[in-house]
Write a protein that binds this ligand. Structure first.
Ligand SMILES: [Zn+2]
Length: 675
């Protein structure tokens, strides 16, 4: 029985486009998810969007859209960006989806039936920016969290008996010191709870963009109760669907909720209290990271210094952004972003560091040993330097693993790169190119040892850092002749596994050096985006003070990507962006007024999707029910004849002939991913 690991990003509020701050959280989670998979854990990685609340209602109105249209647009931007970055999420939940709404009802009912909800009147101040009831006095009093003027609300509301949970919460923080990390956040939370907890209003009746309270639809459920519930609704809590129930049993409680430090209170006080009230197990750990600053100051719309991930993806690629953020920022603390620092790190650590080590080692093996890994000689040619590298590698494996498992990414990468530096020095000192000029047996043997040692160290670094820089390491792994790196079992990693005569693949550089124009190009793209924002409509502020964002503007033309792929080919990571899953048709019917379309409800194991497919001329609807099909699960939703289609069914479409659905000869469980 393999271990499971369930981790989540916060769900991102759809009042603003994604930017580098959102990317940072998501990259950290993706790195952890990839590592857990390589460790053999049955991993479930959830992300998504938070789409309700007064702030969205107002933002949509300002943009002349319905809240749903507004949410659809921004949610799709997040999903598109994650797909483009190759983020390996297993599910993307939206709080406006039916599955979520139904299951939030279940949660609300459960808490109410357990006696923790009552009706009362709330009079006081509300901060719309933070979607937070605050202890401030008088109309317009500043919000203690963000300093913005608060609004006075007087409403008959549903209240959650938060005050009754103070002791149990304190007990949780004391008995499980790892529940909140880092320590500074834990101390903040404990002092907040020690200061006394008041009951929490968990409904609003002055606006309607939310999930109605069960049996009292003039109230909508407080947006934070709605949003936090995503962590359980996405994996099947409250569902009557058997597959969903099993998923919930299997994955809950979460092993890790990764969050930004500005939402600690909601996650570490309210969320465990809601779960206690519903008598559900608590998540094992909540980890808060710091804010990403731009050149030492907060990114903000007024400063016009927001950076988007797309700019960096276009110029340097996803690996550069991933490596930079995890290496440069001490996880848990605030960190600083600048284009100069990014390019400097990229060149120093990736192009001249790992990239150069890979290319020189593999090129020499190709040139001197016809592309086959030579075997180190055990006798004549062993020197102290050789075993020192092996010793360093052993230490690096242990230290890196321990650091990365405590989410100390920066220190872990520093340790991994100490091996890169050691091997670089080893190569320079041993001058293999000079040895290659001498055909004596001793020289050949010595050369073999040096190149084996270098290649083996390269293999070890590559395996360790694959979760951080997946694209480049997959390429280096293939160049080492080792196949698919994602299948490599990390717990087995040790010195000496590289086999004699392993045939190398084609050796190509993975990190071309970035020249000065890289900074100029990125800067120019951001400037264009920013100048576009000042003249267009003002977009609402975002939820996180660290994460304000600019608006829709013309996207600058994409520069040449850093990784060159032959014309017409895609990389394995491009393919991995397409999420193909096995689904089972539950309902199939003709679409009125459309001869070619069928409306299908397809079970994906954790949810049932509506898909509209152009296969009515090939298949009678009744013949499809029960049939297993292949679905593109992460296709952005689209409307066909007024029906929303969430995904696409894969079929062969012969020229002039009828569509033929892709299917399986052997039985395969619903929800299985095709890869
Ligand atoms: Zn506020």
């Amino acid at each position: 029985m393999s271990k499971k690991f369930y981790l989540t990003t916060p769900i991102y509020y759809v009042n603003a486009r994604p930017h580098i701050g959102h990317a940072y959280t998501t990259i950290a989670c993706d790195t952890i998810a990839r590592r857990q998979r390589m460790l053999g854990a049955d991993t479930f990685f959830l992300t998504g969007t938070d789409e309700h609340g007064q702030k969205i209602e107002r933002a949509a109105e300002a943009a002349g859209k319905t809240p749903q249209e507004f949410a659809d647009e921004v949610s799709a931007q997040f999903r598109t960006l994650w797909n483009r970055m190759g983020i390996t999420y297993d599910d993307f939940i939206r709080t406006t989806e039916d599955r979520h709404k139904k299951r939030v009802h279940e949660l609300f009912r459960q808490i109410r039936d357990n006696g923790h909800i009552y009706k009362g009147t709330y009079t006081g101040q509300y901060c719309v920016f933070d979607e937070l009831y605050v202890d401030a006095v008088g109309p317009g009093a500043p919000c203690p969290e963000c300093g913005r003027p608060t609004e006075t609300v007087k409403e008959e509301n549903y209240f959650f008996k938060l005050s009754a949970f103070a002791d149990r919460l304190m007990q949780l923080y004391t008995e499980q010191p790892d529940f909140i990390r880092p320590e500074t956040r834990r101390n903040e939370v404990m002092s907040f709870v020690r200061g006394g907890l008041r009951d929490l209003s968990i409904s609003r009746s002055t606006f309607s963009w939310g999930i109605p309270v069960p049996d009292d639809p003039k109230h909508v459920i407080y947006v934070w109760l709605d949003a936090l519930a995503n962590y359980i609704t996405a994996i099947g809590y409250g569902s009557s669907h058997k597959g969903a129930q099993e998923a919930f049993q299997k994955y809950w409680p979460a092993d890790l909720h990764m969050i930004g430090k500005e939402i600690v209170r909601f996650h570490c006080v309210y969320w465990p209290a809601f779960l206690m009230a519903a008598e559900l197990p608590l998540p094992k750990s909540i980890v808060a990271h710091g804010w990403l600053l731009f050149e030492e100051s907060k990114m903000s719309k007024s400063r016009g210094n927001i950076v988007r991930a797309e700019t960096i993806l276009d110029v340097l690629g996803a690996d550069a952004l991933r490596y930079f953020l995890l290496r440069e920022v001490v996880f848990g603390q605030d960190g600083s972003f600048s284009f100069d620092a990014l390019v400097q790190r990229y060149n120093a650590d990736l192009a001249n560091g790992l990239g150069n080590l890979a290319s020189r080692t593999l090129t020499m093996i190709t040139r001197y040993f016809r592309g086959e890994v030579p075997y180190p000689s055990a006798t004549v040619s062993q020197k102290a330097g050789d075993s020192a590298i092996a010793e360093t590698a052993r230490k690096v494996i242990a230290e890196y693993s321990s650091l990365v498992d405590q989410y100390q990414f920066s220190r872990a990468l520093e340790v991994a790169w100490s091996l890169v530096a050691a091997v670089d020095k080893y190569i320079v000192e041993n001058e293999p190119w000079a040895l290659a000029e001498n055909q004596s047996e001793e020289s050949r043997s010595r050369l073999a040892t040096i190149l084996y040692t270098s290649a083996e160290a390269l293999r070890i670094v590559t395996a360790l850092v694959h979760p951080v820089i997946p694209d480049a390491t997959a390429k280096i792994w293939a160049q080492l002749g080792l196949g698919d790196i994602r299948r490599f079992p990390l717990p087995d990693l040790k010195w000496g596994q590289l086999q004699l005569s392993t045939k190398l693949g084609n050796v190509e550089p993975v990190f071309p050096r970035a020249d000065k124009t890289a900074i100029e190009r990125m800067q120019k793209m951001e400037d264009q985006l920013r100048s576009g924002t000042t003249v267009t409509q003002a977009e609402p502020e975002t939820q996180s003070p660290a994460a304000p964002v600019a608006t829709h503007a013309a996207v600058a033309p994409a520069a040449k990507p850093a990784v060159v792929v032959p014309d017409g080919k895609i990389t394995i990571d491009d393919f991995a962006k397409v999420e193909l899953r096995v689904g089972q048709v539950k309902v199939a019917e003709k679409v009125k007024g459309a001869d070619k379309l069928l409306r299908l409800e397809v079970d994906l194991g954790t949810e049932v999707r509506q898909v509209v497919a152009g296969i009515a001329e090939s298949y009678a609807p009744e013949l499809l029910v029960g049939r297993k099909v292949v679905i593109v699960a992460n296709l952005a939703p689209r409307k066909l004849r007024g029906l929303e289609s969430n995904g696409m069914i894969v079929a062969a479409s012969p020229e002039g002939g009828k569509a033929v659905l892709a299917s399986f000869l052997e039985d395969v469980p619903v929800g299985t991913r095709l890869k």
